[in-house]
Design a protein around this ligand. Structure first.
Ligand code: PBG
Length: 343
């Protein structure tokens, strides 16, 4: 039989059957790659839904512990905790962040007590606690976030969270020099074993909107499009992002993170080549909300879009992924008929 084309290179040979496709599969997302971000609020009762994030809730400490047990049972190794603080507890200085009995510290103790093997990543930034919604303390004229004053508070916050039992603190504030100061404060307090997951390349992104609904930082500030451009990175700047991330490495970060993930795969890829540290990526609230919203309209296949979005992040260089899809993706992998997430 004559072939129609005089063409030798035929990539379709490796795509002909499921068996050969499996053999040449380059990259997989497994359950142990996933970390679940979870929200915890004040008070009791049932968890309250976050409207802009279908399937995501603000837990009470009790339901948080149940959720952590369930996630651990599904094979997920870690959770990242964020507080939805009662507006009455917010002030311009975010003082509640330094209350050793605040919601997050109590949540960390409860989760560590109930599910000791689960890794708990505690967020270090003031936005859940400030009445203006910024990640730090403002300068006296209120026009900007005061870097050095903020770092001093963050170091105290990190030590409290370490004392509560978290295995990692995760500074998400983007102040300069904070990783070194956190490392020193943790070591001086005896927490040499507590790691730092640095939000090393965090962009001033529009994709954080639903998260701000969840923690109430948007409502506190009276706007969803809080302007954080004096500390978060310009979405146009890849070189600057890599340089800033490498600075966190030099200051003693154990793991570097890129955030958001999907729109910044080039940054993830370049950073993968520039550091030997483990790399994390945060598939943020807006990335989750987009896929959920399109799927709800019948415009995208939820599982297909979810799996492809996670795979792309892994392929670009992430060792693990913080994602609101963590539970669904783990459940999917635990079902018969799926093998390592490949149907
Ligand atoms: C702030 C913080 C943000 C997120 C995590 N920590 C948003 C912001 O900068 O306002 C966003 C996470 C998400 O969108 O899922 N410290």
């Amino acid at each position: 039989m004559m072939s129609g084309l005089d063409h030798v290179l035929r990539y379709r040979r490796l795509r002909r059957t499921a068996a050969v496709r499996e053999l040449v599969h380059e990259c997989r997302v497994v359950t142990s790659d996933l970390i679940a971000p979870l929200f915890v609020r004040e008070g009791g009762g049932s968890p309250t839904p976050v409207d802009s994030m279908p399937g995501v809730v603000r837990h009470t400490v009790e339901t948080l512990v149940e959720a952590c047990r369930d996630l651990h049972g599904l094979g997920i190794h870690g959770v990242a905790l964020f507080p939805a603080t009662d507006p009455a507890l917010k002030d311009p200085l975010g003082r509640e962040a330094l209350n050793p009995d605040n919601r997050v510290c109590r949540a960390v103790r409860a989760v560590r007590g109930a599910v000791p093997d689960l890794l708990v990543f505690a967020d270090v930034a003031l936005d859940p606690y400030t009445s203006h919604g910024h990640d730090g303390i403002l300068t006296p004229d209120g026009s900007d976030v005061d870097n050095d004053a903020t770092v001093a508070v963050l170091a105290r916050m990190a030590v409290l969270q370490a004392a509560a039992g978290c295995q990692f603190v995760a500074p998400s504030d983007m102040m300069d020099g904070r990783v070194a100061v956190l490392r020193k404060a943790l070591d001086e307090a005896g927490h040499t074993g507590v790691g730092i997951l640095a939000y090393a390349a965090k962009f001033a992104s529009a994709f954080y909107g639903p998260f701000r609904d969840a923690v109430g930082s948007a409502a506190a500030a009276g706007t969803r499009s809080l302007d954080k451009r004096t500390y978060q990175i310009n979405p146009a700047n890849r070189r600057e992002a890599v340089a800033d991330a490498l600075c966190d490495e030099a200051e003693g970060a154990d793991i570097l993170m890129v955030k958001p993930a999907g729109p910044y795969l080039d940054v993830l890829h370049e950073l993968r080549g520039a550091t030997r540290l483990p790399l994390a990526a945060y598939q943020v609230s807006g990335e989750y909300a987009q896929i959920q919203a399109a799927a709800r309209n019948g415009w995208l296949d939820l599982v297909g879009a979810r799996e492809e979005s996670l795979l792309a992040i892994k392929r670009a260089g992430a060792d693990f992924i913080l994602t609101y899809f963590a539970r669904d993706a783990a459940l999917y992998r635990s079902q018969p008929g799926t093998k390592n997430g490949v149907v």
